[in-house]
Design a protein. Structure first.
Length: 155
């Protein structure tokens, strides 16, 4: 069976977290200093600061990841979402996104924000399908040309 297994990030997942994200960033953009810092130390930049990372496994292989970076009271940033190219089209991204939305709610999140680029057409379509809406952009990434948010909790 090709069931996607969603698991909580552990420190030993760091090489997969870095490899999966480097692959898409280097394919479409250029690694920025902040990318290198976060990918090499996700525990220090995301987990220890109140965030969370989720990994996806398919057929006993890590095939995807997404991080929830704590951005302030009730706000999490959807960041570093990546699916191994060989496994794209198999709903791994959707499974990760849904799991991350649920996790943000469990962490007390009321809103999820994300920064992306409109050349990533499948990702933008997925976000819109999940209810994210475009908002004015402000953000730390040079490659971003779109900001989206999703309200997940009642005020």
């Amino acid at each position: 069976m090709n069931d996607i297994l969603i698991v909580e990030y552990k420190s030993e997942h760091q090489p997969w977290f870095e490899r999966l994200n480097r692959a898409w960033i280097e394919r479409y953009f250029v690694m920025e200093a902040i990318d290198v810092e976060v990918l090499q130390d996700p525990d220090g930049h995301i987990v220890s600061k109140g965030g969370s990372i989720i990994m996806a496994s398919l057929d006993n292989t890590i095939v995807g990841t997404v991080a929830l970076k704590y951005s302030g009271p009730g706000v999490y940033e959807f960041t570093k979402m990546a699916v191994d190219e060989k496994f794209q089209g198999r709903k791994v991204g959707r499974a990760l996104a849904v799991a991350a939305i649920q996790k943000a709610g469990k962490l007390g999140g009321k809103k999820i924000i994300l920064y992306s680029n409109t050349i990533l057409v499948p990702a933008i379509a997925l976000y819109r399908n999940l209810g994210f809406r475009e908002v004015p952009i402000d953000g730390p990434y040079k490659r971003s040309n779109i900001k989206m948010e999703l309200n997940i909790g009642q005020s």
